[in-house]
Design a protein around this ligand. Structure first.
Ligand code: NDP
Ligand code: OXD
Length: 316
């Protein structure tokens, strides 16, 4: 099998990707969508697969034989919102070991930051203060993850292995050894009750927009910490500063914000207990991402169902 994939990723180094594709698998050839000389975009008859991230005007009309769209990342809300997205072409979200591992590392880093209040030690150093700190054992720390998909489940398992007392919430019920799982809206309050660190790894859909809000914060343990590594739209941003001021939340880590890059004048930048990272919690690793696409194409061509297929009605 040798398959051509239309490469439509803006800002990516096409030659570097091509080299990685060659190293990762001999079975894929990347085809650039836009001519390097800036001339009129080409038509791509006979190409069945494309790798996409941000919507590109007029793209799909130029790929008349398209059979599957592979998203470069896991969060596909922008691709879904594209009015030109062909309704009958399957859209597959990315789930691959490099992306998952990076997310585990990010969430572990920040979970430890909040669990041990390492951020307080950094502040103490800046103020030349020698402080004493107490902290519970990880198995006495209640940590919960909203979203138990490709990323949430692996992250919950990793934090469990670090000893944390783990809970997870998803739309449908799940069973993950050593993680208390709660399925559906009716079990949300039970999931939240007494949580000390809340992590968001949900997709952004009409049902999850603004889910991180004052109501949710009130359901947590007083002084809980928030880690949002999903999408800025999950957080009702006007609820965050009051929650930090009242002590309902002790601190928050935001990898994502409603406007990115976060404008320089935004108060979140300067808040001593808000930790901002520039939407870099996890990225698809090109080599393993391409291998995953090759695997999915092999399944598809053998008549097996695609995995991580986006359900357009649900929005993820
Ligand atoms: P998946 O689609 O695999 O999993 C989504 C999870 O969320 C599933 O467990 C699903 O439940 C649950 N869910 C969806 N809607 C609801 C709802 N209304 N109520 C309860 N649970 C719900 O996604 P991934 O794990 O691959 O990725 C999650 C998100 O992480 C992405 O959509 C993206 O926004 C974000 N992300 C952020 C990155 C960053 O760098 N900051 C990098 C990569 C991803 P069920 O299992 O029942 O379907
Ligand atoms: C993703 C992302 O969704 O990088 O994969 O944000």
């Amino acid at each position: 099998m040798n398959r051509e994939i239309l490469f439509t990723i803006e800002g990516a180094d096409f030659d570097a990707w091509t080299k990685l594709a060659r190293e990762a698998t001999p079975n894929l050839t990347l085809i650039p969508d836009l001519p390097a000389d800036g001339t009129k975009p080409a038509e791509h008859p006979g190409i069945h697969y494309c790798l996409a991230w941000r919507p590109r005007k007029g793209l799909y009309a130029r790929v008349p034989d398209l059979k599957v769209i592979f998203a470069l990342g896991a969060g596909i809300e922008r691709l879904l919102a594209d009015p030109e997205l062909p309704p009958h072409v399957p859209l597959v979200k990315m789930a691959e070991p490099g992306l998952t591992e990076a997310m585990i590392h990010y969430v572990l880093w920040q979970t430890l930051n909040h669990h041990r209040r390492f951020w307080e030690l950094e502040m103490a150093q800046r103020a030349l203060r020698w402080v004493e700190q107490d902290y519970p054992a990880p198995w006495n720390r209640k940590v919960g993850i909203l979203g138990l998909g490709a990323l949430g489940e692996a992250t919950a398992a990793a934090l469990r292995d670090f000893g944390f007392q783990m809970r997870g919430w998803s739309r449908s019920p799940k069973a993950i050894p050593g993680v208390a799982c709660f399925g559906g809206l009716d079990r949300l309050a039970e999931f939240l009750d007494g949580l000390e660190i809340l992590i968001c790894l949900l997709p952004l859909t009409p049902e999850t927009i603004g889910i991180l809000n004052a109501d949710m914060f009130r359901g947590l343990a007083p002084g809980a910490a928030l880690i949002n590594a999903a999408r800025g739209g999950h957080l009702n941003e006007s609820d965050l500063l009051p929650a930090l001021e009242s002590g309902q939340l002790s601190a928050a880590t935001l990898d994502v914000t409603s406007v990115e890059p976060l404008p320089r004048e935004h108060p979140f930048w300067r808040h001593p207990r808000i930790f901002i990272t520039p939407h870099n919690a996890a990225e698809t690793a090109p080599a393993t991402g391409l291998l995953e696409i090759a695997r999915q194409i092999a399944r598809f061509e053998a008549g097996q169902p695609l995995e991580h297929l986006v359900d357009r009605a649900r929005g993820y």
